[in-house]
Design a protein around this ligand. Structure first.
Ligand SMILES: Cc1cc2nc3c(=O)[nH]c(=O)nc-3n(C[C@H](O)[C@H](O)[C@H](O)COP(=O)(O)OP(=O)(O)OC[C@H]3O[C@@H](n4cnc5c(N)ncnc54)[C@H](O)[C@@H]3O)c2cc1C
Length: 531
């Protein structure tokens, strides 16, 4: 009940709604979070005001918007706290949960906060299921030396956008972690802080094994204790399995834990080691490696192996280090290129970058226990580089080796070749695969991607939403945090409306936060080979 709210309610006619709503831990929480970043949530948080004035503004806020940011603690000699629960419509369905989110990574945590702290869904009715023992399990599994390629900088307030790696407005990994390119472990720490302070409802050590739509509406979500990391022949112990029910499901299980084993398929790929299984390049036994794949993961391996004094040879079907496109998701990041140059110029044994070289197969050596990677040189490809791309790194041309088209080359390595060919992803390789329609196989960005409507909802299974790097629209891939976070509010809006919430004001707030992207005409890069 109100702590001193009575006199205040009398002070402003419109304050009745506010005065009736005076409890709620979530309110206190947001107040603390907002004061931490130096903002006052509308001017009420940090300044002492007369109670009458404060409540008047409070009541106005209630009138104007039901967004989570209206959860204010007012200090004016007496305290008044808006009870966000009183602003929620009662459940309009019979399921015990409004939403189950699969996965507590960047997408799951960001979605959870968007739903509960911005769109004001009841946190008890939004459950996140996470197979790891903490949030950010994929990031904890990154090789110790791997870092974010997208830079973090706390630029909120001075620019239209904010820290590229933030999953929630008014937060910044650069600020929290004091790092421009955080490691996976550091980033997991940032996510953990957000999940804790947002009091997200997360069930850990639990794996979603199946999702089934229920005929009328809603979902059954089968869960079981998580598969131990690395276990191959793991089966669900039926005695410990159980089924939850929810009105909506958001699939946010990511990609990293679902590596692509064969792209392109070649015999012997099972003899290779996928880069996602490497915990530390330094601790990886051996000192002479063949890396298959020359994109971000491959180049990260190259840099880190050479930093540890290990040799490496890259076989790549494309010379990605020469490619320029207008989308930063489809070319090597400047951060990676800088590191590869550094490796090439400073390592005792510079890496060998071979392209275009296609892998035909991998075999074990008859004797000696090593591996043979059979490859073939492809047709030379000219990468024009783009009109405005100034070739100031003249030495880059020396980095790569090319060969005569059609010629076969055998690369030998004592260690299993490192497969850096990307990720199949949790939708294609997980239990929800059949709940999505899929783009035609072939080339183009939408080829083989899950088909979504305008709200990132499966075109095949209403009520099942997708969040994270697998989201694609109009040939645009939302594979970076700064891209996919701008779809959280679209999903939250669709779900909140389905639950009977009035979302108009909240959507407006999200647009002001740069967290509500529906018009894609702006999503073009600056320059590429095309400009
Ligand atoms: C190697 C790599 C580097 C990247 N670098 C960058 C970068 O620098 N900048 C950038 O913006 N983006 C980057 N990305 C893209 C993107 O930011 C990451 O993929 C990010 O992890 C996506 O977040 P997510 O929450 O969707 O997936 P994840 O972080 O993978 O989270 C998924 C969560 O779901 C859990 N889970 C999985 N399956 C189940 C299940 N069946 N039941 C229960 N829980 C489950 C996992 O344990 C995990 O915690 C990178 C991606 C990769 C793969």
């Amino acid at each position: 009940m109100a702590r001193g709210g009575r006199g205040a309610a009398a002070a402003a006619g419109a304050a009745a709604a506010a005065a009736a709503a005076v409890r709620g831990r979530g309110a206190l929480l947001l107040a603390r979070a907002a004061s931490k970043v130096g903002r006052d949530g509308g001017g009420l948080l940090s300044k002492r005001k007369s109670l009458g004035e404060a409540v008047e503004r409070l009541a106005k806020a209630v009138d104007e918007g039901r967004d989570g940011l209206a959860s204010w603690l007012v200090s004016g000699g007496e305290e008044v706290v808006i009870d966000v629960e009183a602003l929620r419509p009662p459940p309009n369905h019979r399921e015990p949960y409004d939403v189950i989110i699969v996965g507590a990574g960047a997408s799951g945590v960001g979605m959870g906060l968007m739903l509960t702290r911005v769109f004001n869904l009841d946190p008890k009715r939004v459950l996140i299921i996470e197979r790891g023992e903490k949030v950010g399990e994929s990031f904890r599994r990154w090789p110790r030396e791997m870092r974010f390629i997208s830079p973090s900088f706390n630029n909120q307030g001075w620019t239209a956008s904010f820290d590229l790696n933030s999953v929630a407005y008014q937060t910044s990994p650069a600020y929290t972690l004091q790092s421009a390119h955080p490691t996976g472990g550091e980033y997991a720490h940032y996510l953990e802080q957000l999940a804790d302070s947002g009091e997200l409802n997360i069930r850990y050590g639990t794996q979603v094994t199946d999702v089934q739509p229920v005929r009328n509406r809603g979902f059954k979500v089968d869960i079981a204790p998580a598969k131990p990391e690395g276990a191959e022949d793991w089966a669900v112990d039926q005695a410990e399995a159980t089924t939850l029910r929810s009105r909506y499901v958001i699939w946010a299980a990511g990609e990293f834990q679902y590596p692509r084993k064969e792209t392109p398929p070649f015999p012997g790929s099972e003899l290779c080691r996928h880069n996602s299984s490497v915990r530390s390049w330094k601790d990886l036994p051996g000192d002479d490696f063949v890396v298959i794949g020359g994109y971000e993961s491959g180049m990260d391996a190259v840099y880190n192996l050479t930093q540890c004094g290990k040799r490496c040879t890259v076989a790549s079907s494309t010379a990605f280090w020469n490619v320029t496109t207008d989308d930063p998701s489809t070319m090597l990041s400047p951060y990676t290129l800088d590191r590869v140059r550094q490796a090439f110029r400073t390592a005792a044994t510079p890496p060998r970058l071979l392209a275009p070289l296609r892998v035909l197969g991998v075999e074990k050596e008859q004797s000696g226990g090593g591996y043979i990677v059979r490859t073939q040189w492809g047709a030379p490809v000219k990468h024009p580089g783009g009109e405005h791309r100034t070739p100031i790194h003249e030495e880059d041309a020396d980095m790569e080796e090319t060969g005569e088209e059609g010629t076969e080359v055998e690369l030998r390595t004592p260690q299993p070749p490192l497969l850096c060919t990307g990720f199949g992803g949790s939708i294609a390789l997980g239990p929800a695969k059949d709940l999505f329609e899929w783009g035609e196989k072939g080339s183009g960005c939408l080829a083989g991607s899950p088909l979504l409507n305008d709200f990132d909802e499966s075109t095949k299974t209403p009520g099942l939403f997708l969040a994270g790097p697998a989201v694609q629209h109009e040939n645009l891939s939302f594979c970076f945090v700064y891209k996919f976070r701008q779809r959280f509010a679209i999903v939250a809006d669709a779900i909140s409306q389905g639950l009977g919430h009035d979302t108009e004001q909240t959507v407006q707030k999200c647009k002001e936060m740069n967290m509500y992207l529906t018009v894609f005409s702006c999503c073009k890069g600056a320059c590429g080979e095309t400009c």
